[in-house]
Design a protein around this ligand. Structure first.
Ligand SMILES: C[S@@+](CC[C@H](N)C(=O)[O-])C[C@H]1O[C@@H](n2cnc3c(N)ncnc32)[C@H](O)[C@@H]1O
Length: 300
């Protein structure tokens, strides 16, 4: 285990204890809040300050886009979903695992739709709600803190379900898709981007997948499609994004290392190291041939 992981894990064990939420501590491995991507949340306010936005000030959504899109290809990926799902001002969208609300705000801002953004971790959810309010989008994005496997969702209420890099954390994916299917109106759409497996994870890779990536449902693309179909989704279209995401992960790591001095000067070494650990592990898992990426588009 790397020194960076110990540090990130220690920081967020304290955070999980503070939150006192049993769901934060999983049956095996580190709590989700220890995942390096979810520590050092003060980096968002610091990133805004670097653009001249003071704490509590109004924010233009565009000022957040470099900070709040925690998936591959930033807002471009979210725009693709909006186009594939035909979202507009009348659309009601459910996002599973909304992080600090980046995709939800982008969808609301660019299409005028309404998004119910479900997020497990209270500190991320609270930060997301605050950012949404400061962007003037509170009427268009409802932040709901809870576990997507259990949180109350109205039946037949949504035109679309979307998710980026979140379902990987959720152990019972088939049940999740059954819930999503129930929450959608007849004919509603589903757009998911997520990690997948092309080969079994062995040794250190398996440990890092569990503890650094917090992978709980990483499977083959075929098994992913099976779970969607078992929940009643049809016209399932699966695209293997690995040839695009693997080089993206390497470019992201190289850019991160290149910007070390500037980032650490603003955010501190701890924040820099946490992200570098995450980016390094992800790049190595792609190199090993186990990790992949997938897009799934379907209809109920
Ligand atoms: C990699 S982040 C992506 C956030 C957002 N989708 C984005 O692309 O910016 C995945 C998010 O899923 C959330 N998550 C994990 N398990 C969840 C669950 N059972 N219910 C709701 N959210 C969950 C995590 O807390 C995390 O914020």
């Amino acid at each position: 285990m790397t020194p960076g992981l110990h540090k990130a894990g220690h920081d967020t064990e304290t955070k999980a204890q503070r939150d006192g939420d049993a769901a934060m501590t999983t049956e095996a491995g580190a709590p989700i809040g220890a995942m390096p991507l979810y520590t050092h949340l003060e980096r968002i306010e610091r990133g805004l300050a670097a653009q001249g936005v003071a704490p509590g000030d109004p924010i233009r959504p565009e000022q957040l886009f470099p900070l709040d899109q925690w998936h591959y290809h930033g807002t471009e990926a979210v725009a693709t979903a909006a186009e594939r799902l035909g979202l507009g001002p009348q659309s009601s969208v459910l996002e599973i695992g909304s992080g600090i609300g980046g995709p939800a705000r982008y969808l609301a801002h660019t299409t005028g739709c309404h998004v119910t953004a479900v997020e497990l971790q209270p500190d991320l959810n609270d930060l997301g709600a605050d950012l949404t309010r400061r962007c003037g989008l509170a009427d268009h994005v409802t932040h709901l803190c809870g576990d997507a496997l259990t949180v109350e969702l109205p039946a037949g209420a949504f035109d679309a379900v979307v998710s980026w890099l979140a379902i990987v954390h959720i152990p019972d994916r088939r049940r999740l898709f059954e819930r999503a299917a129930t929450a959608l109106r007849a004919g509603g759409g589903c757009y998911v981007e997520d990690l997948c497996a092309h080969a079994p994870f062995q040794g250190e890779d398996a440990v890092d997948l569990r503890d650094v990536v917090h992978g709980r449902s990483v499977s083959t693309i075929a098994a992913y499609v099976d779970d969607l179909q078992a929940a009643g989704f049809r016209d399932v279209e699966a695209t293997d994004l690995t040839p695009d995401w693997a080089p993206f992960a390497h470019a992201r790591l190289a850019a991160w290392k290149h910007g070390r001095a500037a980032y650490a000067a603003v955010h501190g070494d701890g924040a820099y190291d946490a992200q570098e650990l995450f980016y390094t592990v992800i790049a190595r898992l792609y190199d090993g041939g186990s990790l992949g990426g997938v897009r799934l588009v379907a209809r109920i």
